[in-house]
Ligand binder design. Structure first.
Ligand code: FES
Length: 113
């Protein structure tokens, strides 16, 4: 038997889906990717990992709300339309919602022996 310290990775309890669609024809519809959602997804992922929140950041396609994006959806919880405003205040609102959903899901999860 190998005697090593092993820390199991935490399985994500839910996903946060960020639209990273980027359109090249910016004269028609704006796109979340064109408004900085890719950097937003990276930032949220770093924060979630650093704070040990059991959530997974998923980068996804268009959510059909392009005019009011960047858009993201917390699985089972809020849908955010950032309306071209990736400010620190909005990022904190998103992080608060992610933390609230994590706490809600932890409370629902069955206890492991
Ligand atoms: S490009 Fe993000 S919702 Fe359409």
């Amino acid at each position: 038997m190998i005697d090593i310290a092993w820390i199991p990775t935490q399985k994500p309890l839910f996903a946060v889906r960020v639209c990273i669609n980027k359109r090249l024809n910016t004269d028609r519809l704006p796109s979340c990717g064109g408004r900085g959602s890719r950097g937003l997804a990276d930032l949220l992922e770093r924060r979630v990992l650093a704070e040990g929140i059991p959530a997974e950041i998923i980068r996804g396609p268009c959510m059909n709300n392009c005019l009011i994006g960047p858009n993201l959806k917390i699985q089972g919880a809020e849908f955010f339309n950032l309306r071209d405003d990736i400010s620190d205040a909005n990022i904190e609102k998103i992080m608060d919602a992610i933390k609230a959903e994590a706490e809600r899901r932890k409370a629902l999860a069955p206890e492991t022996p």
